[in-house]
Design a protein around this ligand. Structure first.
Ligand code: ZN
Length: 377
């Protein structure tokens, strides 16, 4: 849906709830559905699963499940709803061209450099598979849309495009000079989560709800990073730390202290709905989630130092990221609506915490404290 950075065609962001390439479930349509057609459907793909190895730009060396078909291997995963990867050849005419399927003769994919077109494909494929696994094992969710079908991840989209996007499928540019593909684990899982929110809440309306949409994607993007627990991508509460989007070596966003990016507020304030980028309005909810999971003040996680502040100087003790994620997902799927704003999000997560842990629980109390700590009361 909403592009996470400007699109190469400078297309204005689509109206919330609509896609840049208009396509709805069950409607046949240009690039996305043709790309999907590269995946044989249903029973046709059962039985051909093979285990290959890949080396991504960001994920390092990993095992992947591929499909053997007519003597060639494909990046199509029969065990994850036909999830697949398409090479878009650094073109951007997605309304005209379906892209090209990756195939391979020895089931060894990529070499970790951008010189191999397969490397970014391995990243996107592996990361989308990890997102699939995380949602399934944690919440029993069947795929991105809950329908058991895997999306296509389209890599090498556009020229020098430092952006990624969900639009029924998942689209990834190669970054500045085509040297930093936007296929890191947290970014792929962020886009995958756009598919989850699109098919559950369908956030729309004010940019507070768009901010909550982006925050949901950052939250689960981060949870998938922790779930994957890769040596090549040490789990952290940073977003986009592997892709050097702005060329300054810094992450795109910081959940423990969102203002470190120079743009995102740490705390709710009036007018936050007028921020021109929903990723910045997401800061308040990202910060809430970090505080709920890890607590305030100084902390070292996986060797990385955090120092998360609170609005009123209060001290918050975290309940752990697994519980925090359960509360957020339950609120997302049972409480949030398309126009949920920050005050509603507080109420919704409290209802979720009450349902999961009881109204007198430490978890419930910490949800209250963490929202208050980001000035949502
Ligand atoms: Zn996003």
């Amino acid at each position: 849906m909403t592009p996470d950075t400007p699109s190469p065609r400078n297309t204005p962001p689509p109206a919330a709830g609509r896609s840049l390439v208009p396509a709805s479930a069950g409607t046949s349509n240009n690039a996305t559905s043709i790309a999907k057609a590269a995946t044989p459907a249903g029973a046709a793909i059962s039985g051909g699963a093979r285990t290959g190895t890949g080396t991504g730009v960001h994920v390092g060396k990993v095992k992947i499940t591929t499909l053997l078909r007519n003597g060639r291997y494909q990046l199509t995963d029969p065990t994850r709803g036909g999830l697949s990867v398409i090479d878009f050849g650094n073109r951007d005419d997605r309304e005209e061209w379906p892209g090209k399927r990756f195939t391979d003769s020895d089931n060894v994919w990529g070499d970790g450099t951008v010189r191999s077109r397969q490397s970014a494909a391995v990243d996107a494929y592996f990361a989308a598979g990890k997102a699939w696994d995380y949602y399934k094992s944690t919440f029993g969710r069947k795929g991105m849309r809950g329908n058991g079908k895997g999306p296509s991840a389209i890599v090498h989209y556009g020229k020098g495009l430092a952006g990624a996007e969900h639009d029924n499928d998942l689209w990834f540019g190669d970054g500045k000079d085509d040297k930093n593909p936007l296929t890191a684990l947290d970014i792929v899982a962020h886009e995958f989560t756009h598919g989850v929110t699109f098919s559950t809440v369908g956030f729309a309306g004010t940019s507070e709800s768009n901010g909550l949409n982006e925050a949901t994607c950052d939250i689960f993007g981060t949870m998938v990073e922790f779930h994957a627990n890769l040596a090549a991508d040490t789990p952290d509460y940073l977003i986009g730390e592997k892709v050097n989007l702005r060329g300054d070596g810094n992450p795109m966003r910081y959940m423990g202290r969102p203002s470190k990016d120079g743009k995102s507020p740490d705390y709710w304030k009036p007018g936050i709905d007028r921020l021109d980028d929903a990723h910045h309005a997401a800061g308040v909810a990202n910060h809430f989630f970090y505080l709920l999971a890890e607590g305030s003040g100084k902390k070292v996680i996986n060797g990385m130092a955090y120092d998360s502040p609170t609005y009123d100087g209060s001290r918050v003790t975290g309940i752990g990221r697994e519980k925090a994620a359960r509360i957020w997902y339950k609120a997302l799927t049972t409480q949030f609506t398309s126009t949920t704003h920050y005050k509603n999000a507080r109420a919704g997560t409290l209802k979720a915490a009450a349902a999961l842990y009881g109204k007198t629980s430490a978890e419930y109390k910490t949800v209250q404290e963490a929202w208050t700590a980001v000035n949502v009361k």
